[in-house]
Design a binder for this molecule. Structure first.
Ligand code: PBG
Length: 339
């Protein structure tokens, strides 16, 4: 590259400055090949976990209004999506279930013929190499929409633990490789670990939603999972968005209780929490790029306000750069196909 010569009357101090410039970071940005050589963070399809919503077979296959590209899948579509994902390079799915019926204690969640159990079995049969994770929580299965059982208006922590354990064992029996508790009850990792071990399933892992914040960005998910709380909110069990030290304490407790991987959720406005967790703990760290974060990108791209594909790449790269090893994202297949 030739340096521009300055006109005769130019300020000589500018000329001197240019001549003395020995350090030019722009050298490493000249071409895409150079940029690729020095790229520090690369998101691989294998880093991504693809969430799937599974509905009973008598329900229609519909797209979720606030999450374009995300569907209510019957078991056959969940299998098709898993095949498509595996083909694109994705190696893990995370299943959420919408049951046929709900009650106060979420008993449909441990029905061996429930949508998650059936889908786990079918996916492991059709795509045996796919890692299948199942989300463990009561909110999709309770008629009041809270993540645990109620004692009056309160969520009863200790009474919820055996129910979560029962659900986790049921998913594991169906063939799930990992269970992922997202309820935020104290002590649930230990309760699930000992229930799995007692059932002889010592090899089934726990991905714990260790630091999960109460967050407006879960809105579209609650539409997708039909799980909004019927009264109050989740602030007595999900964390206050302002707290990072408390997040580290939550993660530490889950590791002590036997979690195999830990998660920070949501991802995008919690990149500092991901970084802090990465620096403190050695276990694989996941981050959840949640429904509202996905919906925002889709909505703005639909209006032509942003380039959706480009922003998707930036967001996933930022989450990995912050320190996440794994990213749970509705973009998984789209990303894998575009990279
Ligand atoms: C269930 C659960 C939720 C999400 C994952 N598991 C909803 C909630 O806590 O209200 C949110 C995922 C998303 O927004 O993409 N407890």
């Amino acid at each position: 590259m030739k340096m521009k010569t300055l006109p005769k009357n130019a300020n000589p101090s500018i000329e001197t400055q240019q001549a003395d410039l020995k350090k030019r970071p722009r050298r490493l940005r000249r071409t895409e090949s150079v940029r690729a050589l020095v790229r520090e963070t690369v998101v691989r399809p294998e880093d991504l976990i693809y969430p799937l919503f599974v509905v009973p077979d008598n329900r229609p296959h519909v797209e979720i209004r606030s999450m374009p590209g995300v569907w209510h899948n019957r078991v056959r579509e969940a299998v098709d999506e898993s095949l498509r994902a595996f083909d694109a390079g994705i190696r893990a799915v995370l299943l959420f279930g919408l049951p046929e019926s709900k009650d106060a204690i979420g008993s449909s969640s441990w029905d061996p013929s429930g949508p998650v159990q059936t889908a786990v079995e079918a996916i492991k049969h059709a795509v045996p190499q796919m890692v299948v994770m199942a989300d463990v929580c009561l909110c999709e299965y309770t008629d009041h929409g809270h993540c645990g059982v109620l004692d009056g208006q309160d969520v009863d922590n200790d009474a919820t633990l055996p129910l979560l354990a029962k659900q986790a064992v049921s998913f594991a029996r169906a063939g799930a490789d990992f269970v992922a508790p997202s309820d935020m009850m104290d002590g649930r990792v230990a309760a699930i670990r000992s229930a799995l071990d007692a059932a002889g399933m010592t090899e089934i892992g726990i991905v714990s939603y260790a630091a999960k914040f109460a967050y407006g960005f879960y809105g579209p998910f609650r539409e997708a999972a039909e799980s909004p709380p019927q009264f109050g909110d989740r602030r007595t069990y999900q964390m206050d968005p302002a707290n990072v030290r408390e997040a580290l304490r939550e993660i530490e407790l889950d590791i002590e209780e036997g979690a195999d991987m830990v998660m920070v959720k949501p991802a995008l406005s919690y990149l500092d929490v991901i970084r802090a967790a990465r620096e403190r703990f050695d276990l694989p760290l996941a981050a959840y790029n949640v429904s509202g974060e996905y919906a925002m990108v889709k909505a703005a791209a639909e209006r032509g306000w942003i380039d959706g594909t480009r922003v998707m790449h930036e967001i996933l790269t930022s989450i990995k750069r912050a320190g996440a090893d794994l990213i749970i994202t509705y973009f998984a297949v789209e990303f894998a196909r575009s990279s």
